[in-house]
Design a protein around this ligand. Structure first.
Ligand SMILES: Nc1ncnc2c1ncn2[C@@H]1O[C@H](COP(=O)(O)OP(=O)(O)OP(=O)(O)O)[C@@H](O)[C@H]1O
Length: 258
């Protein structure tokens, strides 16, 4: 029997992680129609390939389409013919959508905030138009942990981008099927598959808190290789009695049955 290549082994490992995420967080169910946000970065390119493979498995039965949103006022050099071809290889229809925002119009909000707000708005309306009930984004485990650390360090809150977010007002659910996957594995997949990196020429892009938090996570992993699993598990092992704000009940006020 022929030996499996590094790419086959990696794809197998990534598929196990996606399967685990789908089952643990109820990300995909029979009958779902999913809109995949395809920015052209390595993560969403991988998401198309990995969900394309999952789509061909008997259960859960779902369909998917992908959309690339172009901001008219930002000179992204995305090669949409490449993205279309990539989607077609996975039997996923590809859509392109153009929208824009005026950063001068709302000076109180940063261009990055406005860009992502308008992109999100476009994604919701396309999902509705295409009768999708879910939107899949390419955030991976590193993104989710970095966001948790950023919220703690810069916002004073404990929360992050969850694997599944049900938005009942919009009758839409956001899912992050790569939530258990490490960025380094997606980087390797992109090298082994020869994904063509889409050039992002954003005039507003600068070093962000996220870039610094990436470094913090890297340093923590040097101290303890298991740190990412521990941080991930800490999000479901909350011990309220060992946190400020937990007030022990007054025994004299506890009612007994007798
Ligand atoms: N222009 C876009 N069109 C469609 N979906 C997008 C676009 N930009 C971002 N997304 C979605 O949002 C997710 C997170 O966006 P973010 O900007 O953090 O990623 P990215 O750096 O563009 O690249 P990647 O695709 O590698 O995540 C993407 O993975 C993708 O699913």
């Amino acid at each position: 029997m022929a030996e499996k290549s590094e790419k086959d082994l990696l794809l197998y490992h990534l598929d196990r992680k996606i399967k685990k995420a789908i089952e643990s967080y109820r990300l995909i169910e029979n009958g779902d129609r999913i809109l995949i946000g395809l920015s052209g970065g390595k993560d969403s390119i991988a998401l198309v390939e990995l969900l394309g493979k999952r789509m061909k498995i008997f259960s859960p039965r779902f369909t998917a389409i992908a959309v690339h949103i172009r901001m008219k006022n930002i000179s992204y050099k995305s090669d949409t013919s490449y993205l279309k071809k990539h989607c077609e290889q996975s039997d996923i229809p590809f859509l392109e959508y153009t929208t824009e925002f005026d950063p001068e119009n709302d000076k109180r909000k940063s261009p990055c905030f406005l860009c992502s707000w308008y992109r999100r708005k476009a994604m919701f309306s396309i999902a509705k138009e295409q009768q999708c009930n879910k939107i899949a984004l390419g955030h991976h485990q590193d993104d989710i942990i970095q966001t948790l650390l950023m919220n703690m360090a810069f916002q004073g809150s404990f929360g992050t981008m969850p694997p599944r977010l049900s938005m009942s007002k919009f009758k839409m659910t956001l899912i992050r099927p790569l939530c258990l996957i490490e960025e380094k594995d997606l980087l390797r997949l992109s090298q082994l598959s020869g994904y063509v990196k889409q050039e992002k020429v954003c005039p507003y892009e600068k070093s962000s808190n996220r870039t610094e938090m990436k470094e913090v996570l890297r340093n923590l992993e040097k101290i303890s290789p298991q740190v990412r699993n521990h941080i991930w598990n800490s999000m479901t092992h909350i011990q309220p009695e060992y946190l400020p704000g937990f007030i022990e009940p007054d025994p004299s006020k506890i009612k007994t049955d007798s």
